[in-house]
Write a protein that binds this ligand. Structure first.
Ligand code: AMP
Ligand code: ZN
Length: 485
């Protein structure tokens, strides 16, 4: 097994990864709240964990990857807003219609960006019974209290014997939940406390019976309950975006400690944000762009459409823990780089081997692994892939030479890291469906050419625009028309 190092937010150190059970990894990642379309910022976080999942699988671990769906109303602690109920009222739909619509959108988008499905995708509404049991356990441990049918976690009491702030490194007096608690509206004893169960107001649609009131669970609780149920009281990796470190993940630790008297997670991993216009991309502020607006080109920000693969390549060019700015220039540069990599892979089968190598391929291959073993350093890995692109071009021009065996290693390694680990896809990869699609697009290109020759520009434009709506972009150049999907 490769000696993998992971930056652990809990300890603030880069640590050698040692799974709790040899050969197996349990990984939990907080999933989306399905009340609106996922934006590309959300996609970045899920893609980072997809890359991590892929690399763990590649180096031989059996991974149980659990990523939840928050479908029970994404509650702020004061319950001033339940985004699913609000949206349901606005759109005059059942909350479960909202949930279904955006869960389907979420899956469609992640599939477009070639993310592997997790092993288990549990929903909050499917685990209400377990959440009620966990609330009771925390009450029994003396670490929660009931007010008017709601149950709150007693942070100050917990902090007497534990460390509330162990993950976020906040001092208890600074860790007041950042919510809009209106004067006199909260039942909490202390501002630090958070809801485990909330009594539902009459207008609240999603509600369940419990020993305390008809109500609904607090958001933090679902992740504690579902991660414990599917991965055990202690598991290897828990991930999410940086913005979830506090209060969400801090509260998860407190709840687990209260229930099981154990630290739930060995390695906490946090991904950094995708920015737009220098600010965090966010649903609530409206500063966002949707994935479908990028690959159809239907937006006011970018000069053209960019395929999911180019966008994925752009994201992989940054380390998961760095802030990344989305811009037209950055995507154009990534497109060039992606095309160069694909072109080199295409040229692999044109290379001729010789009796000796002038390049140390084994050393290059190890550098690729070293990059990924160093806390999944994809930008360094990509730099090594471009080193291989340089080799391929030099070998093609007969300026370097390579043996048959080394050429096989080079080809295998560059493809494994590009497709299997980074999860990029290529129009060069042929399977039945993509062959058929290519054939159909080529036929449409031919029909468009004939329409142009007959001066039927309305038809030729219609073919181009309709293909673009489907995410297929045609590019006219001197050699004819090419397309990208
Ligand atoms: P949400 O549905 O808001 O809970 O977000 C789902 C995931 O996307 C969480 O892990 C967030 O941390 C993450 N996320 C939200 N905004 C961004 C962003 N601008 N860049 C990267 N990840 C984000
Ligand atoms: Zn969570």
């Amino acid at each position: 097994m490769q000696p993998l190092k992971i930056q652990n937010t809990l300890t603030g150190k880069k640590e050698l990864f040692k799974s709790i059970t040899k050969g197996f990894v349990g990984m939990y990642v907080c999933g989306p709240t399905v009340y609106s379309n996922v934006h590309v910022g959300n996609v970045r976080t899920f893609m980072s964990f997809d890359m991590i999942y892929r690399y763990l699988l590649h180096i031989g671990y059996k991974v149980r990857y659990v990523r939840n769906i928050t479908d029970a109303g994404h509650l702020t602690d004061d319950a001033s807003e339940d985004k699913i109920s609000t949206k349901a009222r606005l759109e005059k739909l059942e909350p479960m219609e909202i949930v279904q619509k955006y869960t389907v959108d979420f899956h469609k988008i992640l599939q477009k960006y070639n993310l592997l499905p997790p092993s288990i995708e549990p929903t909050a509404t499917g685990h209400i019974v377990e959440q009620i049991e966990a609330v009771q356990q925390i009450l029994d441990a003396g670490l929660a209290y009931i007010v008017n049918g709601s149950v709150y976690f007693d942070v100050l009491k917990y902090n007497e014997t534990n460390n509330y702030g162990i993950l976020s490194k906040r001092k208890i007096e600074d860790s007041i939940e950042n919510t809009r608690v209106l004067e006199g509206q909260s039942d909490k004893k202390n501002p630090q406390d958070f809801a485990l169960w909330k009594r539902a107001e009459p207008e609240h649609i999603q509600r369940w019976n419990s020993p305390w009131s008809q109500g609904f669970p607090g958001w933090h609780l679902e992740c504690t309950v579902m991660s414990t149920k599917y991965l055990g009281e202690q598991f290897d990796i828990h991930g999410g975006g940086m913005d979830l470190k506090f209060p969400h993940h801090e509260c998860e630790i407190a709840q687990s400690e209260a229930c099981n008297h154990k630290a739930p997670v060995k390695y906490w991993m946090h991904t950094n944000m995708l920015n737009l216009n220098g600010k965090k991309m966010s649903k609530s502020t409206g500063n966002h762009i949707l994935p479908q607006e990028i690959y159809t080109g239907n937006n006011d920000i970018l000069s053209k459409a960019f395929s999911p693969s180019v966008t994925r390549f752009f994201m992989m060019q940054a380390h998961y823990s760095s802030i990344l700015d989305l811009s037209n220039e950055a995507l154009l540069a990534s497109e060039k780089g992606y095309n160069r990599l694909m072109e080199a892979i295409k040229n692999l089968n044109k290379l001729e081997s010789t009796s000796s190598s002038t390049i140390n391929i084994e050393a290059w291959k190890q550098k690729c692994y070293d990059a990924m073993n160093d806390d999944f350093n994809t930008p360094i890995l990509i730099a090594h892939l471009f080193e291989a692109v340089k080799y391929i071009n030099l070998i093609k021009d007969k300026k370097e030479s390579i043996t048959k065996q080394d050429l096989e290693i080079l080809a295998e390694t560059i493809k494994v890291f590009t497709y299997e680990v980074l999860g990029l896809t290529s129009s060069l990869q042929t399977n039945d469906d993509s062959d058929k699609l290519t054939g159909v697009v080529e036929l449409l290109i031919q029909l468009r050419k004939e329409a142009k020759e007959n001066k039927n520009y309305a038809l030729s434009d219609e073919i181009r625009d309709k293909l673009l709506e489907k995410g297929i972009q045609l590019k006219d150049n001197r050699e004819g028309t090419t397309f990208s999907i």
